[in-house]
Design a protein around this ligand. Structure first.
Ligand SMILES: [Zn+2]
Length: 303
């Protein structure tokens, strides 16, 4: 049985991310330049930034790495045995500070939430009506493409209004919303694929071969794409697919050359004994390409 994907609209998660986006310059750099880099949101809410909060965040410096931030954020999505959110039950200066800000309504989020909550709730309702009939299919498909087992019975998904894109961590996913529901299905499939694709295997094989290790992310997105493609609305005209679905070569290195490789694999994953054999074959294919076709790969240093 594939895991159950559970959706919820959470003020706590949204409020924490609001703070993270507003003070992105004090967050881990990769996040500040990635999912927290919502410039429109920052511009719109710039007046909510306060020196006192900035100074205190600077002093506490609560998240020294991406993973610490992910751990904290996903700990706001699940409750411990006494019914409190895991991250809020930990004792740290940041938790105290965040509690205090919330109690004093000092993050400026209450006003924003009045408008955001009904919008996210409605969006979630619409999305669920389309996702529910295909959820099990996408998850089983990912399971058979990744040749891996789901590690959990439940996956939590939270819509986070101020985020750019999404993230997946253990059994939790945070996602922003996009108007096109098919693209949203693909985004969710991408985060689900992050959870089940054996990235370590891919990473090690790419390293051994001296290839760009970012291709690991291309593999994640390819499996996501082929897990949902046949469940989306048929393109019209049939040969013109909408943008944003197919792995985009400007984000995912080697996406163009790898596309037919994955297409063949998706038709019949059993042509390979296991995921490693598939990855090894994919790498052989990349290595046999003329150098000029893979400029990105050559730029990276083999580890
Ligand atoms: Zn990703």
């Amino acid at each position: 049985m594939p895991p159950k994907v559970e959706f919820e609209v959470s003020k706590l998660v949204n409020e924490f991310c609001h703070l993270s986006v507003l003070y992105a310059d004090l967050m881990p750099q990769d996040l500040a330049m990635g999912i927290l880099q919502n410039k429109a949101y920052q511009r719109r809410n710039w007046r909510l930034r306060e020196d006192a909060v900035r100074l205190e965040l600077q002093r506490i410096s609560p998240f020294s790495s991406d993973s610490e931030w992910y751990r904290f954020t996903t700990g706001l999505m699940k409750r411990n045995q006494s019914g409190n959110f895991e991250s809020m039950a930990t004792h740290s200066r940041f938790v105290e500070f965040f509690q205090d800000l919330r109690q004093r309504h000092a993050t400026g989020f209450d006003e924003i939430w009045k408008e955001t909550r009904p919008r996210l709730t409605e969006y979630q309702y619409d999305f669920l009506s389309q996702w529910a009939p295909i959820s099990d299919k996408v998850l089983s498909r990912l399971h058979s493409l990744a040749r891996n087992h789901w590690q959990t019975e439940k996956i939590r998904v939270r819509y986070i209004d101020c985020l750019c894109g999404g993230f997946a961590w253990n059994e939790s996913i945070g996602l922003s919303t996009v108007p096109d529901m098919d693209i949203q299905k693909k985004l969710l499939a991408h985060e689900l694929s992050e959870l089940i694709t054996p990235q370590q295997i891919t990473l090690e094989e790419l390293r051994k071969a001296g290839l760009d290790t970012e291709i690991t992310h291309t593999v994640v997105d390819m499996l996501a794409y082929f897990s949902v493609r046949d469940l989306l609305a048929k393109p019209n005209p049939p040969n013109r697919e909408r943008k944003g679905l197919r792995p985009n070569p400007s984000y995912y290195p080697a996406a163009d050359v790898l596309f037919p490789v994955f297409e063949r694999y998706a038709e019949d994953p059993s042509i390979y004994a296991d995921f490693s054999s598939f990855v090894q074959d994919m790498i052989l294919g990349l290595q046999s390409l003329p150098r000029g076709m893979m400029p990105k790969m050559l730029a990276s240093v083999p580890l």
